[in-house]
Design a protein around this ligand. Structure first.
Ligand code: ADP
Length: 398
């Protein structure tokens, strides 16, 4: 059985076709510049294609994906009917979608209605679902997998902000959390490979990439997470500020005469690693520059590592202890140096690394804590596409 996984943005459509019999990725690619020209990259085990093609809307992009999957050098299936179902990544499910769901017209309208909560993602994702249905037909089931769902188990005390309650009632302002599919996959995968039961196990999942978040998982459920009402909260990220004293924003807006949109642009696009270092939003660039003595690059690295360590400590306190810390995402999986710094000084809570193990970047699940460390530390590569495909299979199987 083959599942097509879709991650749509306003001008892009990323896809993966996964053979669920062996979880092998048959093909993956990206349609870019939708609405403004167009180009596709497509990769299979034996071919790598890249060419320009006009994509006025997501529908033309889907038509091209079908064409490239079923014909020419990039062909991996004979007929589109071999695709049993399509799984769509969705940013925001509000408080309504607590688990993944079969897509109906009602679900698409709901996703559109949450657009104020996810203005950049929900509208194109809903549009992509409609385009997909028009290309694949109603007989191909589609499933929506929400980035927010996994965090819906947070208790009220963790998700409410200390502002007048009426704003929660009027505008649904609360912490939602994001990267839920990754946190769920990584925590679930850890339990699977170690044979531990969710009940009684306390995990801290550090998803560190261009966007980063940390989640406390107790009894298999999210109890707290660092991202908030939007993905801006929590850790310093590539271009996002992470948590800032809210008064800084009103002060700065007054001083510089900034509108809310301009402020949002600064916090989302010009802050984080880029804003602090003045150099780059890419963690590797900062690591290299800091080795050459670039003070602000070093500062950005130090800030995020210090923040990660503080969240590990605070989430351990929130759960009354921790059994394992799991690192994932481009930075979490690849930077042994960052993992060392984040775990340094945590021996008091029973956590220390095996530096030799931590030095290997194996690209696969890998325990990096010392054999006698009571708290385990692992690197577990995330696989959001597989998680979406597994949910899709499960839901269409029902
Ligand atoms: P996204 O959040 O866009 O999915 P990724 O999870 O792929 O991003 O993470 C990208 C980040 O991972 C970039 O900042 C990149 O520099 C960083 N990264 C990749 N390899 C390394 C490495 N060896 N050391 C430090 N950072 C790394």
């Amino acid at each position: 059985m083959k599942v097509l996984v879709i991650n749509a943005g306003s001008s892009s459509l990323k896809y993966q076709l996964i053979d669920m019999n062996n979880q092998h990725v048959l093909a993956k690619g990206n349609c870019e510049r939708i609405g403004a020209g167009g180009a596709i990259t497509h990769k299979t085990d034996s071919a790598k294609l890249e060419y320009e093609v006009t994509f006025p809307t997501h529908r033309e992009a889907f038509l091209e994906v079908v064409k490239v999957l079923t014909s020419g050098e990039g062909k991996v299936i004979d007929d589109v009917k071999e695709i049993a179902a399509v799984g769509h990544r969705v940013l925001h499910g509000s408080e309504v979608y607590k688990v993944s769901t079969l897509i109906t017209e009602q679900v698409i309208s709901d996703i559109e209605s949450f657009s104020e909560l996810g203005p950049l993602h929900n509208p194109p994702q809903a549009a992509a679902m409609r385009a997909c249905r028009s290309v694949f037909g109603p007989e191909t089931p589609m499933v929506a997998v929400f980035d927010t769902s996994f965090h819906q188990t947070m208790p009220e005390k963790a998700y409410m902000f200390g502002i007048p309650y009426e704003y929660y009632e009027k505008y649904h302002i609360r912490k939602y959390g994001f990267h839920g599919t990754s946190h769920r996959y990584v925590s679930g995968h850890y339990l699977e490979i170690t044979g531990k039961k969710p009940e009684g196990t306390r995990l801290i999942v550090c998803h560190l990439g261009n966007g980063s978040s940390i989640t406390a998982v107790q009894d298999g459920k999210c109890v707290d997470t660092t991202m908030g009402f939007t993905p801006l909260d929590g850790l310093l990220m590539g271009t996002r500020s992470g948590a800032v004293d809210p008064s800084v924003l009103t002060y700065l807006a007054n001083k510089e005469g900034l509108s809310p949109d301009e402020m949002s642009n600064i916090l989302n696009k010009k802050s984080g690693f880029l804003g602090v270092s003045g150099l780059s939003s890419d963690a590797r660039d900062l690591v290299n520059a800091s080795k050459e003595g670039h003070h602000r690059a070093r500062l950005a690295c130090d800030m995020v590592r210090y923040q990660i360590k503080k969240y590990i400590g605070s989430y351990a306190a929130a759960m009354g202890g921790v059994d394992a810390v799991l690192f994932t995402g481009g930075i979490g999986e690849n930077s042994g140096e960052l993992r060392t710094d984040c775990c340094e000084g945590l021996r008091f809570m029973g956590l220390w690394l095996d530096e030799k193990e931590n030095g290997y970047n194996t690209g696969s699940d890998h325990k990096i804590s010392a054999a006698d460390s009571p708290v385990e530390v692992w690197v577990i590569p995330t696989n959001e596409e597989l998680a979406i495909a597994l949910d899709t299979m499960e839901i269409i199987g029902r």
